[in-house]
Design a binder for this molecule. Sequence first.
Ligand code: AMP
Length: 304
Amino acid sequence: MTLENAAQEGEQAAETKAETPAEPKITFADLGLSEPTLRAVTESGYTYPTPIQAAAIPEVLMNRDVLGIAQTGTGKTAAFTLPMIDILAAGRARARMPRTLILEPTRELAAQVAEGFDKYGKYQKLTKALLIGGVSFGDQDALLARGVDVLIATPGRLLDHFERGKLLLTGVQVMVVDEADRMLDMGFIPDIERIFKLTPFTRQTLFFSATMAPEITRITDQFLSNPKRIEVAKPATTATTITQRIVALPGSDPRTRRAALRATINSCEVKNAIIFCNRKTDVDVVALSLKRHGYNAAPHPWRS
Ligand code: AMP
């Protein structure tokens, strides 16, 4: 091959490469979900699965344990909810024996997961109960007595119900521990261990945590069986349309800081802005100061 030929071939190769279409993106339909679940997903407005959904859904459908290292905002809730809905489509709930169990550290997260089941499971008939603070004990107990497919709970509330003899965990086929690192911060790990021991060892376990502290690794080593480990990047914390800048100040004098704030507002030609302070009193001082300097500013009226 002459040098000229080689150069031509190189060019051709480059052209061919440029024409090769980009790797086709994985769609929800590629993941093995049922038609009714896919319909509900489409209606939720999701076009493509997030990385944790693409990786976890096929594994969960194959009944494998999953260790998901992922934060909120990565789409991890649907990563376990969608395949669970399909697993639950076969079979029927028995009185006081939930078929699946989801543990959440807070009542807000538990309520969000419950909403997810309603949204994604709208074309399947699933029953669920919610054992969290602020939700009537009697109502949830009546649901449990009839039998539920999904029980969503905070650990303390769940054990409370268990101790009153209102619940059996021996029918749990799938158990989810969500936000395990927050459970650790809140002192729930002993409760989680107890709950694990109350469920059959043949269960499928889906375990999610943003970080793997030694205490969490100890639990996953003990209670997960050959899990598929899926680690996803943190979701972007700032919109790409936002430019971030840091203004360095010589000290922490509040007057200097307020002057720097005005200088920043002026130099950036700000039309509308939101200013965050770390104390309510600072919010009032900064708003008053801006007003005195001729800015149309007001503190947010909301008070916690
Ligand atoms: P999560 O990390 O589960 O709390 O989900 C974060 C947010 O992402 C929620 O508001 C979901 O509704 C949304 N979400 C989940 N999956 C997708 C997806 N595949 N496409 C777009 N948004 C999604």
